[in-house]
Design a protein around this ligand. Structure first.
Ligand code: PMP
Ligand code: GLU
Length: 409
């Protein structure tokens, strides 16, 4: 039986620093760990908690890594990454996003999460404000807390497909605003902004040149409606935007840990300095594999994206039929973010559901399906489903969840 206490949200106080004590554990990773533990105990858990492609890394990328080992890429790389990878990243930005970056504007890190952490720690002073559209991805607010900045959250619910309006950004900007941080396509909602919507955001930021924008584009390639749009394309804010991307999601390379930024040169330099003291360059082998990913045949990306779209439709159609769940149809990433407050106050005779955290625990214990409750993303009435799982698992999970939810009265 999993209880509230088994999923630790906050580090208990011991001898750790105040900085660490203030930090919450990643709830996505905590739920994924819990699901692994249950599986190891022999429980037939369907894990829809973690957001990572269930595909294997394509063969041509694996071959490049094997060759890199034989070619003795076994030494420290330059801190911001090998030139060959930085050049491949520049080519990628030009080819796929029509963005002009030079290698001295690129810093390669240990995953996009590390890239985001570098930028936040490089720019944020105590009490600097960071505007974050909510629902947000778990680590954003925690990294801002780590840097002693202040999170300023602006909300958008399911009725607006979780998309904020430019007026909300304008209203949230103060003289202390330093950063705006968002993802499109979004984790946890799967929403993505159109070119026109991004242009309206860019017009706001152009009026506030002290505000920098971290554009997290890690789900760029999982887009069901067309080609990806980056906010960095608008010349009026070119010097304000830091694009974050990586190979984790598009190329099914989460474990290889390669992310990167394209940024104004001074910000790239700052990240390089920070990284030089904290981690040095990212894995040499994974960097060479990433050159093969970025320069290689893109058909693997298209195939994975088509599979995700099919799975989205399957899960959306099944969840929409479950009384009490409100679902929208997202256009990218691999998540459904579902409103579930209908279940508050309901009970199976043993447990009373008071929050979506209670609901996620009930579903884990009764249906053996691992999900992440919306409070991890700043949206407590919601629950996140990752559909990076097989069709069979998705169909089974929806069936089990329906049976469990129907028991709540
Ligand atoms: N940004 C978002 C929105 C994500 O969902 C993730 C995946 N955890 C990351 C960044 C980090 O990606 P990486 O695995 O490359 O660190
Ligand atoms: N992006 C994934 C998720 O949101 C990976 C977990 C993490 O890095 O937090 O589930």
């Amino acid at each position: 039986m999993i209880t509230e206490k088994t999923i630790t949200k906050t580090n208990t106080m011991g001898q750790v620093s105040e900085r660490l004590a203030r930090l919450s554990e990643s709830q996505t990773l905590a739920m994924a760990q819990k699901s692994r533990e249950l599986k190891a105990q022999g429980v037939d858990v369907i894990n829809l908690s973690i957001g990572e492609p269930d595909f294997n890394t394509p063969d041509h990328i694996k071959e490049a890594a094997k060759k890199a080992i034989d070619d003795n890429y076994s030494h420290y790389s330059p801190v911001p990454g090998y030139d060959e990878l930085k050049k491949a990243v520049c080519r990628k930005f030009k080819r796929e996003n029509n963005l002009d970056f030079t290698p001295d504007q690129i810093v390669v890190s240990n995953g996009a999460k590390h890239s985001i952490a570098n930028v936040i720690l490089s720019l944020i002073n105590q009490d600097d404000e960071v505007i974050i559209p909510t629902p947000y991805w778990v680590s954003y607010v925690e990294l801002v807390k780590l840097a002693r900045g202040k999170n300023v959250l602006i909300d958008a619910g399911i009725e607006s497909d979780y998309k904020i309006k430019p007026e909300q950004i304008e209203a949230a900007i103060t003289p202390r605003t330093k950063l705006f941080l968002f993802s499109s396509p979004s984790n946890p909602t799967g929403s993505l902004y159109t070119r026109e919507e991004l242009k309206a955001f860019a017009d706001v930021f152009a009026r506030h040149p002290q505000v920098y924008v971290i554009s997290d584009e890690i789900y760029e390639h999982i887009n069901f409606i067309g080609s990806h749009e980056s906010i960095a394309q608008f010349p009026q804010i070119k010097d304000q935007v830091i694009v974050v991307n990586g190979v984790s999601k598009g190329y099914a390379m989460t474990g290889w840990r390669i992310g990167y930024i394209g940024a104004p040169q001074w910000i790239a330099k700052a990240c390089n300095k920070l990284q030089g003291q904290m981690t040095s360059g990212a894995s040499s082998i994974a960097q060479i594999a990433s050159v093969a990913a970025l320069d290689g045949d893109n058909s693997c990306i298209k195939e994975m994206c088509a599979t995700f779209k099919k799975r989205r439709d399957i899960l959306y159609n099944l969840l929409k039929e479950i009384p009490g769940l409100k679902v929208n149809l997202p256009q990218g990433a691999f998540y459904l973010f579902v409103e579930a407050s209908y279940f508050y106050g309901k009970t199976d005779g043993k447990t009373i559901i008071k929050s979506t955290n209670d609901l996620a625990l009930y579903i884990l214990n009764d249906a053996f399906v691992a999900l992440v409750d919306g409070s991890a993303f700043g949206a407590p009435d919601y629950i996140r489903f990752s559909y990076a799982a097989s069709e069979e698992q998705l169909i089974n999970a929806a069936k089990r969840i329906k049976t469990s939810l129907l028991k709540l009265v």
